[in-house]
Design a protein around this ligand. Structure first.
Ligand code: ADP
Ligand code: MG
Length: 334
């Protein structure tokens, strides 16, 4: 099959039909219309075989996941998903694989009203890059930098499930279907991201582990904080972390909190909220049918204090320091 037949057969019409797509797959560029008063939120993620997924993963799940990780980034900004482009590098054109991959991508794209509007197809070691484009009313995107002392720190869903599933798969142990889905077919929290516009002061999606991703909120919020409170820190209560029964059992056995704090691929949202919004959290959780849990609060730190500013209080009240802070492709100094 030629490159062009492959594109026409599998990728010409994936996802939703949208009125703001003036020209989709087929020309040198897609032409897209951004309505007045809207800002474009753009993010790209690459998934590499052997690094981000096991090479024998179900292609349908992979088609889902490569889009899900991008939608999770849009959710974390409070942006409404609109368009995607897909750069696919394949060792060979395997018809059945391509069909299943396209189906997985299409189902999630349709569910979120996303149109696939272009891409690139090359031969090489299996890798997939998806760029997502979302829309947000001007000035309303939720950044990492808005956390202020006194804000609550909250997290959606449960943490550590994907990490536990990966641990099981790598060890060759049986992994429950639902846990495997948490790793291979994460649910991006798009509706929650949209609902938090005008409510959350800062937000990030938890893709590298809560400790590392909270660290980004603290760093960005410190950089943006007006003079006064000094550095932005946070205190998290480990006993309040939302855990599935399996992760809870794994932690209870070892008192090692690295699963919920430092394993990747959760794709939950971590956000900060003015403390007077606590009462609204339960109603929001019920309306969205999504667990939302307050796990701590933002603090003012003394200027120049060492460390990341994240304190994780264990059951005994002592600070639990994670041995590793989450996944890093280029570990080392700096
Ligand atoms: P060009 O050579 O001008 O970059 P290509 O030959 O790479 O164009 O692609 C032809 C058309 O098909 C373009 O509109 C491109 O966006 C689209 N396309 C290529 N690969 C994919 C893909 N994997 N998914 C979706 N669209 C694709
Ligand atoms: Mg090209």
């Amino acid at each position: 099959m030629s490159e062009f037949t492959l594109i026409r057969t599998h990728f010409a019409r994936l996802g939703s039909v949208r009125g703001d797509v003036l020209l989709g797959v087929g020309d040198d560029c897609a032409l897209l219309r951004v309505a007045p008063g809207q800002e474009l939120a753009v993010s790209i993620d690459t998934l590499v075989a052997g690094v981000h997924f096991l090479a024998d993963v179900d292609p349908r799940a992979l088609g889902h996941k490569c889009l899900a990780v991008g939608l999770s980034d849009l959710a974390a900004m409070g942006a409404a998903p609109a368009w995607a482009t897909l750069a696919l590098t394949l060792p060979m054109a395997d018809e059945a694989w391509l069909r299943a991959f396209a189906e997985g991508f299409d189902a999630l794209a349709q569910a979120h009203g996303v149109a696939l509007v272009g891409g690139d197809t090359t031969r090489g070691p299996l890798s997939i890059a998806v760029q997502v484009h979302g829309l947000v009313p001007a000035g309303q995107a939720i950044r990492r930098s808005g956390a202020r002392p006194g804000d609550l720190v909250c997290v959606s869903g449960t943490l550590g499930d994907a990490g536990l599933a990966l641990r099981g798969l790598l060890a060759g142990e049986p992994v429950a279907v639902s846990m495997r889905a948490r790793l291979e077919q994460p649910t991006p929290r798009v509706a929650l991201g949209l609902a938090l516009r005008g409510l959350a002061t800062a937000m990030i999606d938890v893709s590298d582990g809560l400790a590392a991703d909270m660290g980004h909120i603290l760093e960005e919020s410190t950089a943006e904080c007006p003079p006064g409170p000094g550095q932005i820190g946070a205190e998290i209560r480990l006993t309040d972390l939302p855990l599935s029964p399996s992760v809870r059992a794994a932690v209870a056995g070892t008192q090692d909190w690295s699963l919920p704090l430092a394993s990747g691929d959760d794709y939950e949202l971590c956000f900060t909220l003015p403390a007077d919004q606590l009462a609204n959290l339960a109603a929001l959780s019920q309306r969205l049918d999504c667990p939302l849990t307050p796990i701590g609060h933002i603090l003012a730190r003394t200027e120049g204090e060492a460390g990341t500013g994240l304190i994780c209080r264990g059951p005994d009240g002592a600070n639990w320091a994670p041995k590793r802070m989450g996944f890093n492709h280029f570990p080392g100094p700096g």
